[in-house]
Design a protein. Structure first.
Lengths: 203, 246
């Protein structure tokens, strides 16, 4: 049921973004697995450039893995987060596929207009867009306020500056420990070598 | 007659030579009320299953499609719209009564779909001719499923797809309810709506005798198809298998 509905949605999405068919057709028959926040979905590219959910026993040719934290950063349009997406298998296929998917747009206003008419669809879409923008702005403000409170008033979160200082200290300590370990090994070898020679000469 | 020349007809064992005749009698009997019964028995879901099969096929404008055991022509109608005027859909069925229903429906819909009576185990088409071959709710009635699958593979072009839509093994927790439905309700509905309880009893029995998802997948692999995968629809009541000729 889920697969049938998802497939229907993917097909609908491709009807609205027909430019994608030609780009996907060279990869017909290939499957890409998306592992987003531990939710897995295998998508197959069809011979006509369409997209469908894979069946029960499909083995993906490529995997795109996005953790929950990375997903939040991607939603917040953090460009640096894109390079942290883990791709395995046929990387060329996965990269091209992800590129096509990210450029697809769901024209929900057009879908809505078929149900309730153009004017109502436009009004509802505008309201939805405004609400989403407001929600995003308020969420960012709330997050900034909370982080400031937990950094300054009731320290729960470390400041960036302090984390960087701590990291530098850890690096210095690690280098010191490595140097000390090497010196210790050298001293142990020096201490062992005369004994080794003595035991050899006794035979 | 040895047991090697026997096969199943529902839960009964019959001579291989008799199975096609007996299946023919069943479908001749149900042909006129086939669509009504399908709608009632599946609560209209068979239309969704067939539409899903067409979506999964990847058939595009200009493709050649063979609809085996196409009966009343539901799939041929959907495929004819997909392939357009440049493509070709051929509707086939071994049963003349069912084929006549399908042919008439195609004509009524203004579609130019040739209807051909033929045996799926001996397809009258050249090698590597079709982009897609589909058999929906027909494979379980065939006497030699392996031969039929091999024939379907033969007529496919390299890169072509074989789709098998068929009743399959239902999700275990639902099996008891499904048994009650199949062996009690189904014949009763057949009796009330089509005045033919026996044919619908056969339908329920033939579903149980049909290979499960994994077995059919292996049969398709044995027939020379690759990348075989399947979809469970409605908790496995029906499964859609898809394989490629490479």
């Amino acid at each position: 049921m889920f697969k049938a509905l998802s497939t229907r949605f993917l097909q609908h999405l491709l009807t609205q973004n027909s430019w994608a068919n030609a780009l996907l057709q060279p990869y017909a028959g290939k499957a890409v697995q998306f592992d987003i926040a531990s939710i897995k979905a295998n998508i197959i590219i069809l011979e006509d450039g369409g997209l469908v959910m894979a069946g029960e026993t499909n083995i993906a040719d490529a995997t795109v893995c996005i953790s929950a934290s990375l997903l939040l950063r991607l939603i917040a349009q953090d460009e640096a987060a894109k390079i942290q997406i883990v791709i395995s298998g046929d990387t060329h296929l996965a990269t091209e596929f992800a590129k096509v998917l990210s450029n697809m747009r769901w024209d929900y206003e057009d879908d809505l207009s078929k149900l309730i008419g153009d004017v109502s669809a436009l009004k509802i879409s505008q309201f939805g867009r405004d609400a989403a923008t407001g929600f995003k702005r308020n969420s960012i403000q709330l997050a900034e306020m909370l982080s400031e409170y937990w950094q300054e008033e009731k320290p729960l979160i470390a400041k960036n500056r302090l984390v960087e200082k701590f990291n530098t200290e850890v690096d210095t300590l690690r280098a010191d420990v490595a140097r000390f370990e090497k010196r210790l090994t050298k001293l142990t070898q020096q201490q062992l070598s005369p004994q080794h020679q003595t035991s050899d000469s006794s035979h | 007659m040895t047991s090697e020349h026997n096969t199943h007809f529902g839960f009964k064992t019959v001579a291989e030579a008799d199975k096609a005749k007996k299946v023919g009698e069943v479908f001749h009997s149900v042909a006129s009320k086939y669509d009504l019964m399908n709608d009632v028995m599946s609560a209209g879901m068979h239309r969704g299953w067939k539409r899903f099969a067409v979506e999964i096929s990847g058939v595009r404008s200009g493709d050649k499609v063979l609809d085996i055991a196409g009966g009343s022509g539901d799939l041929s109608k959907l495929f004819a719209k997909k392939v357009g005027t440049e493509g070709q859909v051929i509707l086939t069925d071994i049963n003349a009564s069912m084929l006549a229903v399908g042919r008439d429906r195609m004509l009524d819909a203004g579609l130019q779909v040739p209807a051909l009576q033929c045996d799926a185990e001996k397809l009258p088409f050249p090698d590597q001719y079709f982009d897609c071959v589909i058999v929906a709710f027909g494979l379980r009635n065939m006497t030699h499923k392996d031969l039929a699958l091999a024939e379907m593979q033969r007529v496919l072009k390299v890169g072509g797809r074989l789709l098998v839509l068929e009743f399959s093994k239902v999700w275990q927790p639902l099996s008891k309810i499904y048994d009650v439905y199949s062996f009690k309700l189904l014949p009763l509905m057949g009796k009330l709506l089509a005045h033919d309880a026996e044919s619908y009893q056969y339908l329920a029995e033939s579903i149980r005798m049909h290979p499960d998802q994994e077995t059919l997948k292996q049969m398709m692999v044995d027939a020379g198809l690759s990348k075989v995968d399947y979809y469970n629809l409605s908790a496995g009541v029906v499964a859609l298998h898809k394989g490629y000729k490479t």
